[in-house]
Design a protein. Structure first.
Lengths: 113, 117
């Protein structure tokens, strides 16, 4: 596609439920990033995938968070047993290479009630 | 480890005046530096980047940034601010360690720019 696509754009879930967020990167982009942005705050790094290398999971806030990516295609971010503090916008970005900027999707706004 | 600091949470400037949004970084190797802008309820948009070469780089919407290696800074500038420039600005750094090929991208906390008519 022309840009990074994220779905759903909005998600409201009950506390304790699991949610799955999807990211379709720009075709050919080897790097894929997930960030979290709380209201009015900066970007909090969660996880990043680079080709077939082991992902950098150092930003995942707890073991309730996990992410997968198959090859250089779609990625899913899963949050288990959601908590109210998980409410945020989850941003996905992809990049072609080390000198290339990362291009962002519009994000998924997650609200845990 | 790599890090980015944006020392100002908010910058206010009058329309037509020059603006500067500050960014400093810390890396082990050579930095690749980026600026992004986020308009309200919108995703992040890429503005400009520094990879190598000329220390003054020009980007979208009339913005430019100056790379200063000795001060480890990459301040964003614009000669004449517009009300439509009001947004949240993020600086980001990628530390390209020799042989590591890391694509890790670290962002600052953001600076809110308000341009006053």
């Amino acid at each position: 596609g022309a840009g990074v696509s994220q779905s759903p754009s909005n998600k409201v879930t009950e506390k304790g439920k699991d949610v799955e967020l999807r990211c379709d990167p720009i075709s050919g982009h080897t790097a894929l990033y997930w960030y979290r942005q709380r209201l009015g705050q900066g970007l909090e790094f969660l996880i990043y995938f680079q080709g077939n290398s082991a992902p950098d999971k150092s930003g995942l806030p707890s073991d309730r968070f996990s992410a997968e990516r198959t090859g250089e295609s779609v990625s899913t971010l899963t949050i288990q047993r959601t908590q109210q503090e998980d409410s945020a916008v989850y941003l996905c970005a992809s990049s072609l290479g080390p000198t290339a900027p990362a291009f962002f999707g519009q994000g998924t706004r997650l609200t845990v009630v | 480890a790599q890090s980015v600091a944006q020392p100002e949470d908010q910058v206010n400037v009058a329309e037509g005046n020059p603006l500067t949004v500050k960014c400093t970084y810390s890396v082990s190797g050579n930095p690749y530096l980026f600026w992004y802008v986020q308009y309200p309820n919108r995703g992040l948009q890429f503005l400009l980047k520094y990879i190598t070469g000329d220390n003054l780089v020009k980007g979208s919407y009339g913005f430019e940034a100056e790379f200063n290696k000795s001060q480890t800074s990459f301040h964003l500038k614009k000669p004449s601010a517009l009300v439509s420039d009001s947004a949240l600005y993020f600086c980001a750094v990628r530390d390209i360690l020799s042989g590591a090929g890391s694509y890790q991208l670290t962002f600052g906390k953001g600076t809110k720019l308000s341009v006053i008519p």
